[in-house]
Ligand binder design. Sequence first.
Ligand code: SR1
Ligand code: MG
Length: 427
Amino acid sequence: MTERATSPVYRILDRDGLRDLLAELHEVRALLGGEPGDWQVGEVGDGNLNLVFIVEGPGGSVCVKQALPYVRAAGPSWPMPAERAFFERSYYAAVEPYVGRLIPRIYHYDARHHCTVMERLSPHIILRQGLIAGRRYPNLGRDVGEYIARACFFTSDLAWPFERKMEGLALFAANKPLVRITVDLVFADPYFSSPRNRHTSPQLDLLAAELRRDGPLKAAAARFGRKFLSETQALVHGDLHSGSVMVTAEDTRVIDPEFAFYGPIGFDLGAFWGNLLLSWYSQPGHATPDDDRRAYRDWILAEATRFWECFRGRFLALWSEHGKGDVLPAAMFSAPADASTLEAARGAFLDSLLADMLGFGACKMIRRILGFAHVIDFEAIRDPQVRGACEAGALAMARALLTHPEQFRSLREVIDAVPRMARRAEA
Ligand code: SR1
Ligand code: MG
């Protein structure tokens, strides 16, 4: 508890303050090499909440992330406890034994300044930037599917006796300010005229007003809001969009888990999957005379499918091999005749996760177009006519997923509907 309390010596780090802090860390100092005065420090953060520094020495480099006491994107008028860094560090520690190299290596956590010193990922870039540039990542769906399967399975009641999860629940239950952000910005604000909202105007004015009058849509979003708060299935990352993944052609790393809490597994699945769809809908805005992005769109949908299939396959395999929890306990299904019952029950659980992925994914798509925090996939499209048209396609898809989920009998049918919804929005 003391580690989480606001530190009296907390200060927002500047270059010299950061050098002083790192100079005290034996391992980091050795890694950087030279003397603190030799180290080059640059602030590179482009997210909504934190400072991110790259520190380069003659021997190597590190990344330092510091939580500000307010929302960076809004300024000091929107205070936000810097203790969130503690939950980020705690999440990394909880999943590291299971996900290994799919997260950055953590060198040090400084509770006084709410900052984490970690591996500098290079030549990695933020996935969202890669998707805007039209780059392909052959392992993307597989790696992120594997990541969520491992992180969520091993922190759930399926892997261990429930006592273990309850310890985690108690710890992460204190990450309330970050959960509050999601409750407000994802599941509430986009559906009414909140002063925090914005959208491409006037192009989307009518559509935004129509969605805010759509009762079944609002009821569906509220149902996923309830699931978000009440289904404590596993330790989830809580913000696993394409800005929380760093990539090279061969390597994939998941970063930024400060929103971590015990919630529905489908929330992480939906964040990633929904952001792939946002990328798909944004592609006309990034087309060039040399590349109309049609083939690239096909690749995105193939990865969105591969992502789910890899997640499903890995999760079921982990359950078969490591299922020592209190859910569907082995002793209860030990007779040969029980095998098919067990398989069907596990399959039904995975079907429920697929439905959750689609619903949460749709909520994540809508909040990025009508809410407070937008995505550069659309924001980088200068022409508001083009941007609005791309966003309208994404909104049509998200609305269909939330209001008429029964029309999709498989992920294949959902994927087939993606281009159809773009055409419908244009008509
Ligand atoms: C006030 S923070 C806005 C958004 O940025 C983060 O990436 C989360 O998605 C949050 O909702
Ligand atoms: Mg983030």
